[in-house]
Design a protein around this ligand. Structure first.
Ligand code: PBG
Length: 335
């Protein structure tokens, strides 16, 4: 007897491959491993400081000594790299973000300590000026304008200072025009041919960055918004064009930020350039998941894993995620 459904499906039944755990494992297309993870972490001055960030439950700001301990655990779990962000004293922040150029600033102290004590983990550092400016913008503010070329000169110098401290990958997030080429040239001129560039190639003007701004203490400082340099969330094609310039200028790796609301961009970037593409699951994405989980409204662990797997399915080679160590622990337990 032919069932009505057989007439409709012509005996093609998608559920056959889903029928058991073993078939599901056999046909699984995307996989998340510890090698896909980059852990963003926040550094504060002092020693023995571990400060919770209220809007990012489970994430702490740490002094360099405690950061080294945390990095050891991450390295032991197999996490390939860290991305460090400083929360410096307000007294060190000024109009031009001059502390970004100090050889012994907080971010460079962290890099030196990490390279000395946990040499097996990669260190990725951002050169945007926002942690160093008194106005919270990523570049130099003149009047009401974030000036492009002067900012590029400064971030290129900051990149060399970070590379001198041992940074493995420079990751510019300030979205100025021409920065990738300028940073590449400055690094090469300083003999840092082996230091890579992971461009925040498509960074959108997003409301998902709120908790991060609390974490580095720029939330209350920011005057206006970042719309004159970040990409409009409405614009996918413009984002690809912006990334294409970064590729021409010498980017080694590309990033999409934020992550989950921009999976279409991840896919288009991977298709367009074939370069390694990373998604940044940003602070607001993390906070959403944690908040709902803490209320018992979602299963936080499963949602965490599902979001990270979605990045892999969308073509990403890896993910910057505040969940990185939690995920690495879970993957290790699973074996
Ligand atoms: C700025 C910068 C931002 C983030 C990292 N570096 C965005 C911003 O504050 O405008 C956001 C990261 C996150 O939300 O997790 N250079």
């Amino acid at each position: 007897m032919t069932h009505i459904v057989d007439q409709i499906t012509g005996h093609r039944r998608m559920r056959r491959n889903r029928k058991a755990d073993w078939t599901r494992r056999l046909v699984q297309e995307s996989r998340l491993t510890v090698d896909d993870l980059i852990w963003p972490i926040f550094v504060v001055p002092g020693t023995n400081v571990v400060e919770p960030i209220p809007s990012m439950p489970g994430v702490n700001r740490m002094s360099v000594d405690r950061l080294v301990e945390a990095a050891k655990e991450a390295a032991d779990l197999g996490v390939p790299a860290l991305a460090t962000f400083p929360n410096i004293e307000m007294s060190l922040r000024d109009e031009t973000g001059s502390n970004s150029l100090a050889a012994d600033n907080l971010i460079n102290q962290a890099t030196r300590a990490l390279k000395q004590h946990v040499p097996q983990i990669g260190v990725i550092t951002d050169v945007a000026l926002d942690p160093f400016t008194s106005h919270g913008h990523d570049g130099i503010l003149r009047g009401s304008e974030i000036v492009n070329d002067e900012t590029v000169e400064q971030v290129a110098r900051a990149a060399v200072v970070q590379a001198d401290a041992g940074s493995d990958i420079i990751s510019p997030s300030e979205m100025m025009d021409g920065r990738i080429g300028a940073i590449r040239q400055a690094l090469d001129d300083a003999g840092h041919q082996n230091v890579g560039i992971m461009s925040y190639a498509t960074k959108f003007s997003s409301a998902f960055y709120g908790p991060y701004r609390e974490a580095i203490g720029t939330g209350g400082l920011l005057k206006g918004d970042k719309k004159t340099y970040y990409i409009d969330p409405a614009n996918g094609t413009e984002a690809i064009r912006d990334a294409a310039l970064d590729v021409e200028e010498g980017a080694d790796m590309l990033m999409v930020k934020p992550g989950l609301p921009y999976l279409d961009i991840c896919w288009r970037m991977k298709e367009a350039f074939g370069l390694p593409v990373f998604a940044y699951q940003v602070s607001g994405e993390y906070a959403q998941i944690k908040a709902a989980a803490m209320n018992g409204w979602i299963d936080g662990d499963r949602v965490m894993m599902e979001t990270l797997l979605a990045f892999k399915r969308a073509g990403c080679d890896g993910i910057l995620s505040y969940f990185a160590v939690e995920v690495a622990r879970a993957l290790a337990k699973k074996g």
